[in-house]
Structures are given as C-alpha cells and as structure tokens.
Design a binder for this molecule. Structure first.
Ligand SMILES: Cc1ncc(COP(=O)(O)O)c(C=O)c1O
Length: 392
C-alpha cells in the first residue's frame, strides 16, 4: 500500500488524538527506519524510547518468534516459566523485589498508586509528585502528572495527588502531611525537558520517606533498562527506592510494563486487589528476556556510557559554537539540548533531512538514540543537527 493510501485510511478510521508527521514506516532495523516512499531515516528517538536497543534487535525478534510458536497467552490463574524468569531478572538486576506485570507505563504507575494507597489507608492516601513530571494518560496518572496542559478538559480528576516544584527540598517538606502515603518522581524528567534530579534532593526524599513511613516511588518508564548507562537510573544515586515502574524499552518493542516493589511491601496487594489480563504475557516477557540478553551479551551498558560521552561532548562543542543553545542536560543516551528559541524549526529541519529526534517543552530537543548506536551514526546525526541549529 502506498504512503498516501495509508494516511487516507488513518484519516478515515483512526481517532485523531495524535499529531503525526507524514512518515509511513514500512520497516526498521537498528538505528534506521525506512519509509513507504523509499526514504531512509536515522532514528535518534526510536519509538519514544521503546526501541531502546534499536529497531527489531535480532535477539528480541528471535525470542518473540520462539515464544509465539509455543504459547502466546497464559492467564494469570496459571504459571508460565518466562514470566517467572523475567521477574527474577528484574529483581536480581534491581533491589531484589517482587514484580507486577502489565502492558504500559501508565498501568505500571497505576499499580504503584494502588499499592501506595493500600499501604497507607485509611489515614494516608495522597501521592506527591513534581512539577513538569509526566506519568501517563490514565485519569490517575493524569492527576499525578505535574503539567496543567495534560489535565485540561478532563476534570474532575481523581483526588489524592499534588505536585510541588522539582528539585526543591523545602517545597516537598512543606507538602508532606499526615495524609501522604508516597512521593513519586522521575530521576530524569523526560517529557518535562530532560531535567535531572539532584543527588541531594533524591537523598532528601529517601530520608523523608524513611522518617514518615512513606513509599518512595521512582518512575523509570523512560530512564529504565540501561538508557542512562546503568540498568536503572536510581543506581546512579547510591540508594534504593521502594518501588520502580518500567515500560517502554523493557520489551524491546513489545508492549509490557512492570512495577518492581521491595519484598517487605510486596504482599500489600493481595489476591483480588489488582490485576491485568494481559500482564506478564509470555510473548512480551520473552521479548524482554531478549532485551536483557542483548544488554548483557553485547555490553550495551558500556556502549551507552561510551556513546553517551561522545554524543554529549559533540553537543557541548556545538553549544560553544552556537549561543542559541542554552544548556545540554541528561545522562547516558538520554540527552536534551535546550535552546533559547523554540525547537520545532530545528526539529522540522532534521526531519526533512532524515534525522528523527523529538522536541519537548517547546524549546528542548530530546535525543535518545539506540543503546547500540555507533560513533559513525552519532557523527552523521551531529552534521544534520548542526545545520538545523545554524538555521534557527
Ligand atoms: C516517565 C513516564 N512515565 C509514564 C509514561 C506513560 O507510559 P505509557 O505511555 O506506556 O503509558 C511515560 C510515557 O511517555 C513516561 O515518559
């Protein structure tokens, strides 16, 4: 089917709740995607960080194909080895907790909220989040998200959420009350413009939660699975949260979410209190095991650190040349270029020249290439990015 026909079908039959570029992707491999009209794009924002290993990684494809031929779905009334194996991998690679499986980041966060309420109720049922955070699109996640633009038109939102300025200890201290059950943050705010949580702030949250018997939840939906150079971003901070939530690159392209909970509180959600029909689906879990295999066998954490350093240094050089770059932020291969002007012009130029990136908070270019990206691909992208910025 040609590109025009595909777009026409979407226009007729698919809900118009997304802004889409006129790119019909026919196939994708590694850092590259290929359009229906024969163009090739270097993808430095693969699937909003879903394709963290690049597109169609061979180990993920193999794991998915193998599992699909064995058993595609097992209800959660029964057992299946791959769900158990993946839970073990997640637990051993994080803080030794237990895992709830679902299908998306929002669902992983919903599970965390329900657990926090079940933990704190009847007195404590409030969750404090940060301004400019993003936690998903369900009603509770919308209420938790610290951005008014996401809430507009959906009132009344569920009660029990409030947000305070990010990286502000005093504001957090003031906001905590005898109703607070949990504090939840992203360690790098992705949608919020690649803003990194300060070490002392994260330590402060841990201590505050310990003192007041509150849960510390870290939303690792975007930062998880190696993106920052460690398997999970909290591992840069020398402490453990009580809960982390994952999705996006966990499945290497398969839809899967997970909520990892410290063992001491994992029994808070008893049988019948929470569920997800597709949660822990064997094909999705198998894909995620393929992701772990690739990260381990291909040393992708090391590559993320090395390539992240190269990319950051190139961006810093660019900042030295172009005063319209205000700041370079981020960790590993999750980097943001804040401009003093609006970003869409640069983004549009990159798109026209075959480089896919993202622009968030109007003025921050978000660059999150595959963890398997090469230096050659980075240098190729930098040429286009420089031309884009020089034209702003
Ligand atoms: C930090 C964070 N949390 C939660 C979500 C929601 O994930 P999903 O779209 O899979 O529900 C996102 C999505 O962008 C995210 O970046």
């Amino acid at each position: 089917m040609d590109a025009k026909k595909v777009i026409n079908i979407y226009n007729e039959y698919v809900m118009p709740n997304y802004t889409r570029k006129g790119l019909v992707i026919k196939k994708a491999k590694g850092s590259w995607v290929y359009s229906a009209d024969g163009k090739k794009y270097l993808d430095f924002f693969p699937g909003w960080a879903v394709s963290g290993l690049g597109h169609c990684h061979k180990r993920v494809v193999k794991a998915v194909q193998k599992q699909a031929a064995k058993v595609m779905h097992v209800s959660n009334n029964y057992y299946n080895e791959v769900q158990g194996e993946l839970a073990q991998k997640l637990s051993l690679n994080s803080f030794g907790g237990k895992v709830f499986f679902c299908n998306s980041g929002a669902e992983a966060n919903e599970a965390a909220f329900k657990l926090a309420r079940a933990f704190g109720n009847p007195q404590r049922n409030e969750v404090i989040t940060a301004h400019s955070s993003f936690h998903g699109r369900t009603l509770a996640c919308t209420a938790a998200t610290g951005q008014d633009k996401c809430k507009l038109g959906f009132e009344p939102l569920p009660a029990g959420f409030k947000s305070v300025p990010f990286n502000d200890k005093e504001a957090l201290k003031v906001a905590v009350s005898d109703k607070t059950a949990a504090i939840m943050i992203e360690l790098i705010q992705g949608e919020g413009g690649i803003k990194v949580a300060e070490g002392s702030y994260v330590r402060f949250i841990r201590d505050l939660c310990d003192k007041n018997n509150m849960l510390f939840i870290v939303d690792e939906v975007q930062t998880g699975m190696g993106r920052t150079g460690k398997m999970f971003a909290y591992q840069h901070y020398g402490l453990e949260p009580d809960i982390i939530t994952l999705a996006k690159s966990l499945g290497g392209g398969m839809p899967i979410g997970a909520t990892i909970v410290q063992k001491r509180i994992a029994g808070t959600l008893r049988p019948g209190m929470h569920a997800s029909t597709f949660g822990g689906n064997p094909v999705a879990c198998s894909g995620a095991l393929g992701v772990f295999e690739a990260i381990e066998k291909e040393q992708l954490l090391k590559n993320t650190v090395q390539m992240g350093t190269i990319l950051r240094n190139e961006l810093i050089k660019l900042k030295g040349k172009y005063p319209l770059i205000r700041q370079i932020r981020g960790m590993g291969l999750m980097l943001g270029v804040e401009l003093i002007v609006n970003g869409p012009k640069a983004y549009e130029y990159c798109f026209a020249k075959g480089l896919l990136i993202n622009c968030t908070q109007d003025n921050t270019l978000r660059i999150m290439p595959s963890m398997a990206v090469t230096k050659k691909e980075i240098m190729f992208a930098m040429k286009t990015l420089e031309k884009a910025i020089s034209r702003c």
